[in-house]
Design a protein around this ligand. Structure first.
Ligand SMILES: [Zn+2]
Length: 330
């Protein structure tokens, strides 16, 4: 069914988060009444966090897992209390020519995050990490970090691959000699899932391959400790819209292994509508049969499409809350 959200609806809309002129202050009614957990965000500052939580409140998001800089954690905890849970991240911003100093510091930071309640450790191992620093999860220099995380009782989140479209001609990874193919990125993940099992691993952004639901189903079946999050909005929205039935089948078949996440990043300059637009789009995508344009500008799609997959209520309860509760209890 076609919903009345299209470009013609508003000629006033210019904002990148609202090309359709939607009133994000009027949140659509939720299909299920559960306090939602957002398993993947980057709440980096208190001021941005306040506007972020304004949107979270309106869209029923109760608990938020965040990859925040260690130095910001105490202030964020004081401001937002138990609504925030921290995912341990290293000081990647300090990486220049080599990763050595960051990797040496990382086990100490893991301990500090653990003291502040973190139970998940995130590894960002997208293609630039291999191309620029020769790093993958199975590189020997990363092993002491993984072992320290295991000793501290951590579970894991990984970012392995990026949108398939970035490997196409003209895309940022088009030069396969430099970046490797998309499939090349996954060898490290197979190693990692076996090395850390039975600890659980959440593959961020649908494991980096929402473009291929069959591939994801294979991995979920092969590795019982592998989970996926739904995070990222532009990427996930345009690729779900391109294959609604296949994604719906994947999510329904593996409803116990998929967790809701937004990948929202706070910044002092973002307005409330920036945050609300992501929660709005995810709600339309998972809870309705909306077919039309996405309100969010997307450099990789013009016009950006949004296709809802209208998940059953029991599946929504799992991906919104129940699966995350099973992570919170470790
Ligand atoms: Zn992220």
């Amino acid at each position: 069914m076609i919903r009345p959200y299209d470009r013609a609806r508003s000629t006033m809309a210019h904002e990148p988060h609202n090309r359709l002129g939607i009133d994000y202050r009027t949140a659509p009614t939720r299909k299920v009444a559960v306090g939602i957990t957002d398993i993947h965000s980057h709440v980096r500052d208190v001021a941005g966090g306040r506007r972020f939580f304004e949107a979270a409140d309106l869209y029923g998001v109760q608990r938020v897992y965040t990859m925040s800089p260690l130095d910001a954690v105490d202030d964020l905890s004081a401001a937002f209390g138990d609504r925030l849970r921290f995912i341990a991240v290293p000081r990647w911003d300090r990486m220049r020519d080599s990763a050595d100093d960051v990797l040496a510091q990382w086990p100490h930071d893991l301990a500090a995050f653990r003291e502040r309640g973190a139970t998940i450790c995130k590894f960002w191992m997208a293609p630039p990490m291999r191309a620029r620093f020769d790093l993958t999860l199975e590189h020997p220099s990363v092993r002491p970090v993984i072992d320290a995380a295991l000793d501290l009782g951590y579970e894991f989140m990984t970012h392995i691959a990026d949108p398939t479209i970035w490997w196409k001609p003209g895309g940022r990874y088009a030069d396969e000699a430099t970046w490797g193919s998309k499939r090349d990125q996954y060898d490290q993940l197979a190693w990692f899932l076996e090395y850390v099992q039975p600890r659980r691993v959440i593959g961020a952004h649908f494991g980096g391959n929402v473009e291929d639901p069959g591939f994801l189903a294979d991995w979920l079946e092969r590795y019982p400790n592998y989970y996926l999050d739904t995070s990222a909005t532009k990427w996930i929205v345009r690729e779900v819209a391109a294959r609604t039935t296949a994604v719906r089948d994947l999510v329904v078949a593996h409803a116990d292994r998929i967790l809701f996440g937004s990948d929202l990043v706070t910044a002092p300059h973002h307005p409330f509508e920036h945050y609300a637009s992501r929660y709005w789009a995810h709600q339309q995508m998972w809870e309705t049969d909306y077919v039309g344009e996405s309100p969010i500008e997307d450099p990789d799609a013009d016009p950006p499409r949004l296709g809802g997959i209208d998940l059953p209520a029991d599946v929504l309860r799992k991906i919104y809350r129940e699966n995350a509760d099973r992570f919170a209890s470790t």
